[in-house]
Design a protein around this ligand. Structure first.
Ligand code: GDP
Ligand code: MN
Length: 383
């Protein structure tokens, strides 16, 4: 889950990483008050969870607090669109930060190298621009340092990597300290990505994280209740946000055939089959294990929040949970709801025949195979 820049910077500061001063504002008067604290010399930055804010017009430098406040007013409520995010995102807060005088811009990131089973720190003297461009045009300008999470980093390795990256000598000591800080944040805060672009080198010899993008491993979010609110604004769709609150794996796909199943792989197969049958999948939804009536009800409710949905495909493989229990769960869930669109359930696995027998005569059309179910739901929905 991506954190906002201001949250990322607060987190980095806790670990001693040097960041410019700044605070969040939600309106012009708050922005003015913060800008005044810095004598009006500030940068106002849209807090949206997307890259390329600078190019999208979401970052601007100011010399007086009134213009900073006016820009804040213009920015809040506006939708920013970038190459990385063509749908765009609406700004609801800005970071008003101390204006940093930048002499040079470097690049730092910490990622996971799955093949090596290690962290990888990427260091480049060519910051400020998109790192993909650097990687394409001058790949030798990016130096990689692998870090074993069990051992952490040794100073000499970091010093060596910083020298290989040709970071100018006066900045090297602070660069080493920043890298060590980022690795600490990564390991202790369950991050799965940290990117600082640019790392700013000031004319008076200070190294600061002028931008910060931290992403937290979603599987570790139960250890971080402090991010409960942020979880919602990262979502691109309101149903996605609701699902994330309920702890259900749902992704809106924009079509009109609702799909749910138990297990991510099974759901993905269902998407393919619906596609092959000529349908447009509305969503991905993994019901998870069990599939009891309460859970099914919550999931169906979520799928039907999408007004485009014309038909629903339920794909359940009964393993430990027997199909007759699943069928009873479905019936009792639907008994308490007023579902008016066609519903097809493919039930397979332990006690499949008993399960299908239970569905007979109900509003849920039973199907034995995924292909049959997909064809049926498409036929009924588009009839
Ligand atoms: P991004 O476009 O979303 O990555 O947003 P950034 O925070 O990286 O800002 C875009 C660009 O604005 C940076 O690459 C800098 O060149 C510039 N910038 C941001 N903050 C400052 C600042 O405090 N001082 C100066 N001089 N430039 C800044
Ligand atoms: Mn940036």
């Amino acid at each position: 889950m991506k954190l906002h820049e201001y949250q990322s910077k607060d987190l980095l500061a806790k670990y001693g990483v040097a960041v410019p001063g700044g605070k969040v504002a939600e309106n012009a008067s708050e922005a003015k008050a913060i800008a005044d604290e810095f004598g009006g010399k500030v940068v106002v930055k849209a807090q949206v969870l997307m890259g390329g804010r600078g190019k999208a017009g979401g970052v601007k430098l100011f010399g007086d607090s009134d213009s900073a406040a006016t820009f804040t007013q213009e920015l809040i409520g506006k939708r920013l669109v970038s190459i990385q995010n063509p749908d765009g995102m609406v700004v609801d807060k800005v970071l008003v930060g101390e204006l940093v005088d930048i002499a040079e811009e470097y690049y730092l990131s910490v990622l996971l190298d799955r093949a090596e089973q290690k962290l990888v720190v990427m260091i480049s003297k060519e910051g400020g621009v998109e790192i993909e461009t650097v990687a394409e045009e001058t790949p030798e300008a990016i130096v990689r340092l692998h870090v074993d999470p069990a051992w952490g980093v040794d100073d000499f390795e970091v010093r060596d990597a910083v020298q290989r990256a040709k970071i100018p000598a006066p900045a090297q000591r602070q660069m080493v300290a920043m890298i060590k800080g980022l690795v600490q944040v990564y390991l202790k805060e369950d991050a799965d990505m940290i990117e600082i672009n640019p790392v700013a080198w000031t004319p008076d010899g200070k190294l600061l994280a002028a931008d910060a993008k931290v992403s937290i491993d979603e599987n570790a979010l139960y250890r971080h209740p402090e991010y409960n609110e942020t979880k919602d604004d990262g979502a691109e769709h309101e149903i996605d946000a609701e699902a994330s609150k309920l702890g259900i794996a749902y992704v809106n796909l924009g079509g009109d055939i609702g799909i749910m199943g138990n297990g991510a792989g099974l759901v993905m197969c269902s998407l393919d089959e619906v596609n092959r049958a000529g349908g447009r999948p509305a969503n991905f939804l993994d019901v998870g294990g069990g599939a009891n009536a309460e859970r099914v009800k919550t999931c169906v409710g979520l799928v039907l929040m999408d007004e485009n949905v014309k038909g629903l495909l339920i794909n359940i493989f009964g393993g430990i949970t027997r199909c007759d229990e699943v069928a009873r769960g479905l019936l009792s869930a639907f008994a308490e709801m007023n579902v008016t669109i066609p519903v097809v359930a493919r039930i397979e696995g332990t006690a499949a025949a008993e399960g299908l027998a239970i569905l007979e005569g109900s509003q849920i059309v039973g199907a034995k195979s995924m292909q049959e179910a997909a064809a049926k739901v498409v036929e009924l929905a588009y009839a």
